[in-house]
Design a protein around this ligand. Structure first.
Ligand code: GLY
Length: 309
């Protein structure tokens, strides 16, 4: 049986490389996925996930994360959690609970503390400096929140044909306190069914959650579309609808993999992502929207990868 793993953004390369080794040695999908996301959360250089993530308008880092097991549809999620090193691990722990699977704010933080998850101040000096500069700029300029959209999202398939999906994000820079994006929302930020496949999203949560695009892609794969066909159809149909009805659509990118290890991606912005399968070394690709509901996918050059880092 084949294994495979796909993740949003070049920042996932190190985590995916480690997860690929684990999957080749027969690790289960949930473990490989959690380890890959923890590596991104722990890296202070990534400004949109975990330690070093940019804060909300009060200067507080509020983190969102989710974990889903595609065998039993177990979902766990946290939103607005603070001072916890690895939100993905808290989300995974919650996925094993019968009730109270999605905790927010103080409740999520208290749960993590009570259950022994490592606590730390997630605001780095560098991120505080970026925040202070933006606060000053906003006194004189009419700036909207930074529209970066770099959630780490992973879909993973193991040798047993079990699948998992997960996300982790600090959300929009300068977001309102308590703002939650798509990342912890089932169906929008992520979805996985081991009998079909899984998908995760990155982009403007306020638009992604209007379309439940991760669920839509899994359903389309279930109807027989290839992962690439499903991603193209779900995203570009919805983008067209948003533009027709509201006049604009925010940045949206989705990755997906079916339970054969075939993968797909669709995006309306330039979008690096990482794939590793039994047949393919960890590889960074760059996707762009093509003509007529298509996606152009190229292997990233060394220069492009360095630019992403
Ligand atoms: N996609 C992440 C967010 O909007 O918070």
């Amino acid at each position: 049986m084949k294994w495979g793993i796909i993740a949003t953004w070049a920042m996932a390369y190190e985590g995916i490389s480690k997860a690929a080794k684990e999957l080749a040695e027969d690790s289960i999908a949930g473990d490989a996925l959690e380890h890959s996301i923890k590596i991104v959360e722990d890296n202070p250089l990534y400004r949109s996930v975990g330690y070093g993530g940019l804060p909300n308008e009060q200067g507080i880092v509020e983190l969102d994360a989710a974990f889903m097991d595609g065998d039993q549809f177990n979902i766990g999620a946290v939103a607005g959690i603070q001072d916890v090193k690895n939100p993905i691990s808290v989300a995974r722990k919650l996925s094993n609970h019968q009730f109270n699977r999605f905790l927010v704010g103080q409740g999520a933080t208290a749960f993590a503390q009570k259950n022994g998850f490592e606590r730390m101040n997630m605001l780095t000096d560098e991120s505080r400096t970026i925040w202070e500069k933006r606060v000053e700029e906003m006194k004189t300029k009419d700036l909207s929140p930074y529209d970066g959209h770099d959630t780490v999202g992973v879909v993973c398939l193991d040798h047993r044909k079990s699948m998992a999906a997960g996300t982790s994000s600090s959300g929009l820079f300068m977001k309102k306190q308590g703002r939650v994006g798509d990342s912890p929302l089932s169906g929008s930020g992520f979805y996985v069914d081991s009998e079909i496949g899984g998908a995760t999203a990155t982009g403007l949560g306020e638009d992604l959650m209007k379309g439940c695009l991760s669920y839509e892609i899994v359903q389309l794969m279930g109807e027989g579309l290839s992962p690439q066909e499903a991603a193209n159809k779900a995203l570009y149909d919805f983008e067209e609808k948003l533009i027709r009805r509201k006049g604009k659509a925010g940045a949206m990118s989705l990755i997906c993999m079916n339970n054969e290890g075939q993968w797909g991606v669709a995006t309306n912005v330039e979008f690096p992502f990482v794939v590793a399968t039994e047949e393919e070394e960890p590889t960074v690709y760059i996707a762009n929207k093509g003509e007529g509901y298509s996606t152009i996918i190229d292997k990233a050059t060394k220069e492009q990868i360095e630019k992403c880092e």
